[in-house]
Design a protein around this ligand. Structure first.
Ligand SMILES: Cc1cc2nc3c(=O)[nH]c(=O)nc-3n(C[C@H](O)[C@H](O)[C@H](O)COP(=O)(O)OP(=O)(O)OC[C@H]3O[C@@H](n4cnc5c(N)ncnc54)[C@H](O)[C@@H]3O)c2cc1C
Length: 387
């Protein structure tokens, strides 16, 4: 125990902290979106708002991934979709794209774009000279990709060949409709909407595993070391940490690391860029350069819930900066950080949204796409709870 960890008193442990309709465990973009969608649906059907609380083990303004990601509002780069086509049916891939596109349009509906620095500058998948084969395969499949894109979005041409972004990245495919946002502001915007609906927040409280919860006639009593939470329905939106609460659920963590640098010259490209089959991603952030990824090269090390950065991944990211993105240019490192994503152990790419038990719903496993997905997941969960 550190000097700052003051032990809990009997009084602090034995009390009811919340009694209401819904407790949402996990206050990331998914937990926030579930609460918003529930209240919006109640208001639309002229019912009074629900009594909802959101509990997160982290301090206010922090989350496992939602405030630590790259801020891409994206729905599928060409090589990702081509890879998926080797393992999944077209219907499943199109359904997933559709969900991400629906999520992007909900973002625009819920939040004013200027509050969250929303930028409609499209996405790009970029290729190095030695990746020409992969690029040509995408070109060969462009009609097919656009056919699937149309099924998902209604748009005729999502994917198109475009000009190079640099001599080191000479081949590029434009992805119409992808965008970027500021994850910190976006998370905060959702928190503010929830506050306006009267949702209550408890930060710094870690909920223990399902085996300690008590099923009651009216729902659930969930004990914590600061008191009980009582609610008719429980939503577990703890993404990578879900197996700690619900053992056996098919989720494995994947740490994602980011480096933010200030190059000595102005960075001119716009939009969100996907490289190396989506395992690297970068964007211009007000003339800083944000680069993330590299997890695939250090899989064992990066299968972790530890929110730290590592020398292996950060060195790899810096080598991509020096060799590909801005060769022969000086830069200053502004920030390095990581967050934790949730994937399936079996390679399944879709999210987990299901009733684990009566009145206990899981909404987790957002992979690397939770920004686009969160509002849509919120809507889906709200429908399941209210019908
Ligand atoms: C580096 C990085 C870059 C990424 N880039 C993108 C991107 O550009 N675009 C994109 O779409 N997605 C991206 N992602 C993925 C995206 O951030 C996630 O899919 C999304 O944020 C998941 O949201 P969530 O609410 O499910 O999870 P989280 O944000 O992880 O929220 C879950 C919360 O549950 C809380 N919690 C866990 N256990 C407990 C407990 N026992 N008691 C109480 N609280 C608990 C955690 O503290 C956490 O805040 C990226 C992720 C990372 C790490």
């Amino acid at each position: 125990m550190s000097k700052n960890d003051v032990p809990f008193s009997f009084w602090e442990k034995n009390r009811s902290l919340f009694q209401g309709d819904v407790i949402i465990i996990g206050g990331g973009l998914v937990g926030q979106s579930v609460a918003i969608a529930l209240q919006k649906k109640r208001i639309k059907s002229h019912q009074k708002p629900l009594k909802i609380c959101i509990v997160d083990k982290l301090p206010t303004g922090k989350s496992g991934a939602s405030t630590r990601n790259a801020g891409f509002a994206c729905f599928g780069s060409p090589t990702e979709i081509l890879d998926d086509m080797n393992q999944e049916t077209e219907n499943k891939i199109v359904a997933r794209m559709k969900n991400r596109i629906a999520g992007i349009s909900l973002w625009k509906n819920w939040v004013s774009p200027d509050i969250i620095d929303w930028e409609d500058h499209n996405g790009y998948e970029v290729f190095e000279p030695q990746e020409i084969k992969s690029y040509e395969e995408v070109l060969n499949q462009l009609d097919n990709l656009n056919r699937m894109g149309k099924l998902a979005s209604g748009e005729k041409q999502i994917y198109s060949k475009t000009s190079q972004i640099s001599t080191n990245l000479p081949y590029s495919i434009k992805i119409n409709g992808e965008a970027s946002l500021n994850p910190g502001k976006a998370h905060n915007a959702l928190v503010e909407i929830n506050r306006s609906f009267g949702t209550v927040f408890f930060n710094g409280i870690r909920i223990s595993g399902r085996k300690n919860w008590i099923k009651t006639r009216n729902g659930w009593t969930i004990p914590s070391n600061q008191g009980d939470f009582k609610a008719s329905k429980v939503v577990v939106a703890t993404n990578a940490w879900t197996p700690e609460l619900i053992p056996g659920v098919d989720i494995t963590p994947g740490r994602g690391q980011i480096i933010l640098i200030k190059p000595s010259q102005t960075t001119i490209f716009k939009g969100v860029c996907h490289a190396k089959k989506g395992y690297l991603y970068f964007r211009n952030l007000n003339n800083y350069l944000l680069l993330g990824g590299g997890r695939n090269l250090f899989r064992q090390e990066e299968t972790s819930l530890d929110m730290c950065t590592t020398a292996n991944v950060q060195t790899y990211l810096e080598s991509y900066i020096k060799e590909v993105l801005i060769p022969k240019q000086e830069y200053t490192v502004i920030n390095r950080w990581s967050g934790i994503m949730a994937f399936s152990r079996s390679g399944e790419k879709s999210s987990l949204i299901y009733w684990e038990e009566p009145n206990l719903l899981i909404a987790a496993r957002m992979g690397g796409m939770g920004v686009a997905l969160a509002p849509k997941v919120g809507e889906d969960v709200a429908k399941m709870i209210l019908t």
